[in-house]
Design a protein around this ligand. Sequence first.
Ligand code: NAD
Length: 259
Amino acid sequence: MNLGIAGRRALVCAASRGLGRACAEALAAEGVSLTIVARRSEALETAAAELRTRYGVEVQTVACDITTAEGRELALKACAKPDILVNNAGGPPPGDFRNWSREDWIAALDANMLAPIEMIKATIDPMMDNGFGRIVNITSAAVKAPIQALGLSNGARAGLTGFVAGLARQVVHRNVTINNLLPGPFETDRLHSNFEAAAERSGKSIEEVREERMKTNPAGRFGNPEEFGEACAFFCSVRAGYITGQNLVLDGGSYPGTL
Ligand code: NAD
């Protein structure tokens, strides 16, 4: 299938590794030029060089923290009018809600709710003027089925999801869509650090925690980031213009609901 987005420009946040990187890869494979953002410039430059070599597309880099106003300003200075925006940032830490202060909540809201909303606010009007725009937010399967230790994530991401549900219906008449991708367990550094934390809490080895988690997944495995990136590229394609305000769970069938 030709996704019809060759020559478009995408701004992909938190993209030096993991799921953001996989989205950047899948878009580059379709001939999309990229501006990729991550905090550490060394990892970012390595990712950019690999993307350029592999796909022959233009790749700009912006080393910044996308959850800060200064970071967003830098990213938007480099790519003021993207055709495609992929919102992503690291997730909040696990813990017990009794230990979370107001500051912990504000940090989670800043990273996983307000930062993507600010990025949407800054880019959506030019998309509407152009008659084409695709926005994908990387959230979490925890939006549909809360993960007990990740209360900060459950709460902050639910806020973003509610906002997007309303906005998506106000912009689709100009061929601008906004959808959310909800990852279950994918093989990334983030998943590995979650296993480390779970192993420490339970006294089990990381490998035991990993095996147990894998067994509980109906697919019997974790997701490959490439599978995630390809779903993102489809949502960003011209083919997906009639899909908006949706929450696609990618979890190997873990979510047990019929709908
Ligand atoms: P990861 O740790 O493997 O990669 C994160 C990437 O984001 C890196 O490139 C890092 O440099 C960049 N980054 C992080 N915070 C940033 C910031 N503030 N500004 C700019 N760049 C930043 O993580 P991942 O597994 O790819 O996860 C991506 C998102 O998906 C996270 O929010 C995570 O909580 C969520 N998620 C992941 C999984 C999973 O299984 N991997 C499951 C559910 C939800």
